[in-house]
Design a binder for this molecule. Structure first.
Ligand SMILES: Nc1nc2c(ncn2[C@@H]2O[C@H](COP(=O)(O)OP(=O)(O)O)[C@@H](O)[C@H]2O)c(=O)[nH]1
Ligand SMILES: [Mg+2]
Length: 617
């Protein structure tokens, strides 16, 4: 259920109206009660005729406390915009209307208060004046009601209208990530630190571990209250008071955000679309000093227009630098006030909360910023990020976009630790295939392209390349072993005449063949490797190879020998195959290793794998 906020000029009867509706005096500070003036935010709640529990945030109307008003304006779903019948439209009527308009608050009820102080004709005239003022703003078309809080006149109609507007407010679109802009911090003797705010983005539950940014303090939620009721779980869109364990009151302040650890990262730069108010009496200056208001925080800020600057009533793309870091989301609404003039000059939308920059160059171009402006939801925003960057590390996904990997729909490709656009995936696939084909045609005897070479050619993070290759293996596009990758239908070739020369040399040498280093001086090493892989050569030790034909012959001799005369020694074997110890020992160890023979003291007998006379393959 959305939280209701008040708005309107000082002394127009906002707090009195809240008290009349709820029975709770929102002016909770001693000084407020004494001066009859709202200084800081006040909180109350009520049950509507339809049975809804709603929270109310009452704001100060005085210009001096506009900062507090703005701290309460974030997260408001329905506004009660108060104009007193006796005073009519006043400066903060206009400024609060501007703020609601810039924040995109479209659900509002205009309440003309203190109707007991003037004639009905004046009330009616004010009604027309208000209708004109709200024309062209998000409040255009709002119902205008007349109320006398002191006598209760019009309160029943107001409550009915609150229900009917609440019924029309759409449910927030899905859960993203928990964020609570803290608007109050205090401590209760015996319980410790309590923070309050309007919960947004996702739920909280008791015993949850939370992180308070930008300080990075970790704490645990011991208890949750909403409208004074104890809860174990609270969904987004509600007022919340959270009792925290593990963090001191002094460490926290209004403007901090309570978050789910790991889901958010602070930022002090953003790309935004800013709309300047039409009735400004000056050109907005990029060099001016500004206050940036978002959620419950106010931060000193400076601007730089991405393209041209904008005049009153116009919009512009700008890079904004913040004096202190905070937590921002895609399409967060903010308000800009001119620090010197102390007036609201505009507001806008966060288009990129984590803009990359190389030296003085923004990596988000004006076109990229405009694409973000027209992206209607988070998946569309992710597509833009992927178009720009090709891929994102999966653990960055919630931090940058508020999306969870498990919920991603195609066309995003999700690998174990990265997410790619379909286009980037197709492009990488083509690049890999191209590199493999090129390598395979220049090295036809190799089993494929060494993974290390592929890594250095593609200039992707090694982990990403490995995951891409694994995905392509899964899709049966390439084949890979621990060292090399090849296209699906490639098999290494060995050239005929050269291979014949090598095999002839080995055949002529019988059971005492040249070593691999010796062979490599006369034959291509990659051909030797290819023949080992294809099984035509058998590697019996790091530096010794036999032809598979010779190995088969020796195996046959062993079977015959054991059948006729039983187990044999190394010396017997040496004589049998007519070789030296230098070859006999590694050869027998190789045969032991593959299970063709088995050693028993000094003797060899047939091993478990000696069935038949198959080759070593
Ligand atoms: N006559 C009359 N006075 C009202 C009415 N509502 C509020 N007031 C008075 O107007 C003054 C300012 O009210 P308050 O609620 O503090 O205004 P806020 O600054 O907008 O919160 C107080 O003295 C109220 O008693 C009303 O309906 N009729
Ligand atoms: Mg007040």
């Amino acid at each position: 259920v959305p939280v209701i906020g008040t708005a309107g000029h000082v002394d127009h009867g906002k707090s009195t109206l809240v008290k009349a509706l709820t029975g709770i005096d929102p002016d909770r500070l001693e000084e407020e009660k004494r001066r009859g003036l709202t200084i800081d935010l006040g909180f109350a709640w009520l049950t509507t005729p339809a049975g809804r529990q709603v929270g109310i945030v009452d704001v100060p109307g005085h210009e001096r406390f506009i900062k507090n008003m703005l701290a309460g304006a974030g997260g408001i779903g329905l506004n009660l915009f108060v104009v007193a019948a006796n005073e009519g439209w006043m400066p903060q009527s206009q400024e609060h209307l501007d703020i609601m308009d810039l924040l995109g608050i479209s659900s509002a009820i205009v309440v003309i208060t203190k109707t007991d102080t003037v004639d009905q004709s004046e009330v009616t005239a004010l009604r027309y004046a208000i209708e004109e003022r709200i024309q062209g703003t998000t409040l255009e078309g709002s119902t205008i009601l007349e109320v006398t809080a002191l006598t209760g006149r019009g309160l029943a109609e107001l409550l009915e209208e609150i229900d009917s507007v609440l019924r029309r407010i759409p449910e927030p679109d899905g859960v993203s990530r928990t964020r609570l802009w803290i608007d109050r911090v205090f401590s209760i003797r015996g319980s410790g630190t309590v923070v309050t705010g309007t919960l947004a983005g996702g739920p909280v539950h008791t015993d949850q571990e939370v992180e308070i940014l930008p300080g990075g303090h970790r704490a645990r939620i011991r208890a949750i209250q909403s409208h004074r009721r104890e809860l174990l779980f609270l969904g987004p869109g509600n007022r919340a008071a959270l009792n925290l364990v593990g963090v001191e009151q002094q460490a926290l302040a209004r403007g901090d955000t309570l978050t789910n650890p790991g889901d958010w990262r602070v930022t002090d730069r953003l790309i935004a679309s800013i709309r300047f108010l039409p009735h400004l009496d000056h050109e907005p200056q990029a060099r001016g000093a500004y206050k940036f208001h978002v959620g419950s925080v106010e931060i000193d800020a400076s601007l730089r227009f991405l393209e041209e600057s904008a005049g009153p009533g116009e919009s512009a793309l700008a890079a904004i630098r913040l004096e202190r870091p905070t937590v921002l989301d895609f399409k967060d609404r903010f308000i800009l006030r001119d620090s010197g003039r102390r007036q609201t000059v505009g507001g806008g939308l966060v288009l990129e909360a984590h803009p990359a920059r190389i030296r003085d160059r923004e990596l988000v171009t004006p076109a990229g910023a405009r694409a973000r402006l027209s992206a209607s939801d988070r998946p569309a925003y992710l597509q833009i990020l992927l178009e720009e960057q090709g891929f994102l590390a999966l653990q960055e996904l919630p931090v940058l976009t508020g999306l969870k990997a498990a919920k991603l729909d195609p066309p995003a490709i999700v690998l174990p630790s990265f997410v790619l656009s379909e286009r980037a995936f197709d492009l990488s696939t083509r690049q890999i295939a191209e590199l493999l084909n090129r390598h395979q045609s220049s090295h036809p005897m190799e089993a494929g392209m060494p993974l290390t070479t592929l890594r250095s050619e593609l200039r992707l993070p090694p982990q990403l390349l490995d995951e891409l290759v694994a995905e392509l293996v899964r899709r049966n596009v390439v084949r890979a072993d621990s060292t090399a990758v090849r296209t699906r239908d490639f098999s290494p070739q060995v050239e005929g005449p050269e291979k014949m020369r090598l095999l002839q040399e080995l055949d002529a040498a019988g059971a005492s063949p040249p070593t691999v280093p010796e062979l490599s001086t006369r034959h291509k090493p990659e051909m030797i490797r290819a023949l080992i892989r294809s099984g035509e050569l058998v590697q019996i030790s790091p530096s010794q190879v036999f032809t598979s034909g010779l190995v088969d012959k020796i195996k046959a001799q062993i079977v015959e020998r054991i059948r006729d005369r039983g187990p044999f020694t190394v010396a017997d074997f040496r004589d049998m195959v007519a070789t030296s110890r230098k070859y006999a020992v590694p050869l027998l160890e190789y045969l032991d290793h593959i299970g063709f023979t088995a050693r028993q003291g000094d003797l060899r007998r047939l091993g478990p794998k000696a069935t038949g006379l198959g080759t070593n393959r």
